[in-house]
Design a binder for this molecule. Structure first.
Ligand code: ADP
Ligand code: LRH
Length: 480
């Protein structure tokens, strides 16, 4: 039986990993070759990604992976490296949580009103969309020297192969793509004076992206030629591709550092009502649109755990399960939680300001975070269905948050719908499946999903309790 092996490089905001997927008829097995921390660094210039450490981790991972038929790279969205005229990286890429974009959106909207920008790009407002980052960079010596912009997965692909491109699903997070044409929005770029020549030509999931350079083969001990294949290089696009759903009546929540909660649609929703509700239309595989809302996600917990000196997560979650439910909730969509630092205090302050009991112990803060995330999941799943006119019967939860049984159960309770949790490494699986398809294995998106559903371990959570309690908690937040 013909089985092939694919290396998925999947870089999340909290860790990077190189996974090996073995794919054949009715076979999909994922193993971890290497995992490494992704630790941003604060320099006098601001918050930066340590992209050399990430690249070193990728090379270590490829060495550990051994013989593979192809490699694909995905990562978090919006961020990028700038290259000079010689193709050399100009400094460490800026982290999307860096403060440089504060107040920039208002300046952009003065020349291109937010309503028009949404109608043209369908992207929800987030201060870190690439568009705002580019406007923030204007006037700096680094930007003046920049001749090329490569999004993070495209930058790593360039270092691996020497070839430059801009993969479409991730390009859709720049706010410079028109989700109807699935091509650059020249109008938006022209009106904001952004030179689209900075970007390398678009490529699509499944397109060839070059061969590993001889130096990379030597460093990793791999025997060439090894092709690199473009995948859904936005990690969320890859994760949604691996949601084990059948049919169309499903919502998904990709839970990791962020919670990305929404629907898969065949066309964007560009109404002003959708803009007001802060839903985004990112591009997915095969002409699909990822209609979703960004929710702060487990970042709230990661940052709190860091502040508490890294206690055992399992014990903390057990303690949180014993704290009474829904005592206090915060708005997990609030951009006020974006920056690092003092997270337990900031959560406590938000509870105080809304007249709710202030969580004090780590268990209480954790419970507040998980209740708040479940509440935000409920709102996003509910509003997406209404705004898109697309009802669902089930919520699929994928990503690191599937390891958090309490969060999955609370999400089922809050949504009043069954939750199917898994796979945990959905982004890596989606990455592998797109490579497998490009190499003649597996079929369309539905076929990929059937294969995931048949081969991966999934856990089902039925909704419990009275949904009215969640309604009441939501009202408490709305009336603060
Ligand atoms: P990202 O890709 O954004 O870096 P992941 O999908 O890897 O994020 O998810 C990371 C999150 O998964 C962590 O913040 C943590 O809350 C959760 N997680 C990881 N391992 C466990 C575990 N053993 N138990 C509960 N939660 C876990
Ligand atoms: C998740 C993610 C998300 C983006 C954020 C910047 O890793 O890609 O989809 O909004 O990072």
């Amino acid at each position: 039986i013909d089985t092939k092996a694919f290396a998925a490089v999947d870089l999340g905001a909290s860790s990077g990993r190189v996974m090996v997927g073995r794919v054949g008829a009715d076979r999909l097995e994922l193993t971890e070759a290497h995992r490494f921390p992704n630790r941003p660094v604060r320099t006098p210039d601001g918050l930066r990604w340590d992209v050399l450490a990430l690249y070193a981790g990728v090379l270590d991972g490829l060495r550990a992976a051994g013989r593979v038929d192809s490699v694909g790279v995905d990562s978090w969205a919006v961020d990028h490296g700038l290259l000079d005229a010689d193709g050399v990286l100009l400094g460490n890429p800026v982290h999307y949580r860096d403060a440089r974009t504060e107040g920039v959106a208002e300046r952009v909207w003065a020349s291109l009103p937010a309503g028009e920008l949404y109608a043209a790009t369908g992207l929800q407002y987030a201060p870190f969309n690439t568009l705002y980052q580019l406007v923030a960079a204007r006037g700096t010596a680094q930007f003046a020297a920049a001749r090329r912009l490569l999004l993070i997965p495209d930058l790593l692909t360039y270092w691996l192969t020497g070839e430059q491109g801009t993969e479409l699903t991730n390009a859709s997070t720049t706010q410079l793509i028109d989700p109807r044409t699935r091509d650059w929005s020249r109008e938006v770029a022209d009106r904001l004076g952004i030179d689209l020549g900075l970007f390398a030509p678009l490529r699509r999931p499944g397109d060839p992206a070059g061969l590993l350079r001889p130096e990379v083969l030597e460093e990793t001990g791999l025997a060439g030629p090894v092709p690199v294949t473009a995948v859904g290089s936005h990690d969320t696009a890859s994760a949604v591709a691996a949601v084990p759903a059948s049919g169309e009546r499903f919502a998904y929540i990709c839970t990791g550092t962020w919670s990305l909660a929404g629907l898969e649609l065949s066309a964007p929703v560009l109404t002003q009502e959708s803009r007001a509700a802060n839903f985004t239309n990112e591009l997915g595989l095969d002409g699909t649109v990822r209609y979703l809302r960004n929710i702060m996600g487990l970042w709230l917990l990661q940052e709190s755990v860091r502040a508490w000196g890294d206690p055992d997560l399992g014990e903390l979650l057990l303690a949180a399960a014993r704290v009474p439910a829904l005592r206090s909730v915060v708005d997990a969509g609030d951009a006020g939680f974006l920056a690092p630092g003092r997270m337990p205090e900031r959560i406590a302050e938000a509870c105080r300001a809304s007249g709710q009991p202030v969580p004090e112990t780590p268990a209480e803060v954790t419970r507040c975070i998980l209740d708040s995330l479940a509440l935000a999941h409920r709102a996003a799943v509910g509003e997406a269905q209404r705004l898109a006119g697309h009802p669902v019967d089930v919520v699929h939860v994928v990503g690191g948050g599937t390891r958090n049984a309490l969060l999955c159960q609370l999400t089922a309770d809050a949504c009043g719908l069954p939750v199917v949790a898994g796979p945990t490494e959905a982004a890596a699986l989606g990455n592998v499946l797109v490579q497998a398809r490009a190499h003649g294995l597996v079929g369309d998106l539905a076929g990929m999903r059937r294969l995931v559903a048949r081969t991966q371990s999934l856990t089902r959570y039925e909704p419990r309790g009275d949904p009215a309690r969640w309604q009441a908690a939501a009202a408490r937040l709305a009336h603060r």
